[in-house]
Design a protein. Structure first.
Length: 272
C-alpha cells in the first residue's frame, strides 16, 4: 500500500504542480473534472445515508461558483449565489409537494451543505490561482504544504509510533482509527518545516510561509476528519477508487479544499 501511494504521489504530483504553474484552462479543466467527481462521490455517500442530493441540480450550481471564482466579478457573485440557494430550496419544496421523497428536509440541508462545500469552499482553488500577485507560487506552496503535512503524519504514524519508537495514541479512534497524535504532531512539524524551505525557492516571505505551514498542517486534518465522519456513517472506507491506494477524488481534496481557502485569505492579508 505504501509503495502504491508513493507511486501515485510521485507520478501525479509533478503533473499537478506543472498545471498550477501553467494556470488558465490547463489548470481549470483538470481541476474541474476532479471537483465534479468529488461532488458526485459526495452525492453517492449521502445516498448511502438515506438522503438524496440531486446531481442534476447540484452540478450546475457548483460549476457556476467555480466560474465566478475563476473570473471573479463581485457584481455577479452575490446575486448568483442567492439564486442558487433559492433554486435548491425551490426544488426541495417541489419534491415535498409531489411527495417524491420522505426525507425532504434532510435532502435539502445535505444539498445546501454540498453546494457550500463544493461550490463556495472549493471555489478557492480558483480564487487562489487567480490572485493578482504571486498566484502560482501561493497555490503551489499551499498544495505542497498540505501534501507534505499529510505524508508526514502518515510516515510518522506508521514508522515511528507504529513501531513503538514512541507511544501510540489514537487521534480520533471513531472517525479515523489509523490517525495518531504522534502522527499529527509529526505532520505539523514536517509540514511547517518544508513549507518554509520550499518558500525560499518560490520567493515567498519565510515568516508568511511559516504562518501558512502552521495553519495548514494544524487545520487540514479537520477537513479530512469531516469527510471521514460522512464515510463512517455511510459505511465506506473510501469515497471512490479513482486513485489506487489513495481512494477517490474526494479523498484527495478533503484537506486541500480547506487549506487552499486558508492560503487564499492569508495571501490576501499579506498583500494588503
Amino acid at each position: 500500500m505504501f509503495l502504491q501511494r508513493a507511486l501515485i504521489t510521485f507520478t501525479l504530483g509533478p503533473i499537478a504542480l506543472y498545471l498550477i504553474y501553467l494556470g488558465g484552462w490547463f489548470y481549470f479543466i483538470p481541476l474541474t473534472i476532479i471537483l465534479l467527481l468529488a461532488t458526485l462521490e459526495y452525492s453517492q455517500m449521502v445516498q448511502k445515508l438515506g438522503w438524496r442530493v440531486p446531481t442534476t441540480l447540484i452540478i450546475p450550481v457548483v460549476i457556476i461558483q467555480w466560474l465566478l471564482a475563476q473570473w471573479p466579478n463581485e457584481n455577479f457573485f452575490g446575486p448568483l449565489f442567492a439564486i442558487s440557494l433559492l433554486a435548491i430550496v425551490g426544488y426541495a419544496l417541489w419534491q415535498y409537494e409531489r411527495q417524491n421523497s420522505q426525507t425532504v428536509p434532510a435532502d435539502l440541508f445535505a444539498t445546501i451543505a454540498g453546494f457550500l462545500l463544493f461550490g463556495w469552499v472549493c471555489g478557492h482553488f480558483f480564487r487562489l490561482r487567480g490572485l493578482p500577485e504571486m498566484a502560482w507560487q501561493w497555490t503551489m506552496l499551499a498544495m505542497l504544504s498540505t501534501w507534505i503535512a499529510d505524508s508526514g503524519a502518515y510516515l510518522v504514524g506508521r514508522f515511528v509510533a507504529g513501531r513503538g519508537i514512541v507511544g501510540k495514541h489514537p487521534l480520533s479512534p471513531r472517525l479515523s482509527p489509523n490517525k495518531t497524535v504522534e502522527g499529527y504532531i509529526g505532520g505539523i512539524l514536517l509540514g511547517t518545516l518544508f513549507t518554509v524551505l520550499i518558500s525560499l525557492l518560490l520567493a515567498i516571505d519565510s515568516v508568511q510561509a511559516l504562518l501558512l505551514g502552521l495553519a495548514i498542517s494544524t487545520l487540514g486534518t479537520v477537513g479530512d476528519l469531516g469527510i471521514s465522519l460522512l464515510k463512517r456513517e455511510a459505511g465506506i472506507k473510501d469515497s471512490g477508487n479513482l486513485f489506487p491506494g489513495h481512494g477517490g477524488a474526494l479523498d484527495r481534496i478533503d484537506s486541500l479544499m480547506w487549506t487552499v481557502a486558508i492560503a487564499y485569505y492569508l495571501a490576501l492579508y499579506f498583500m494588503h
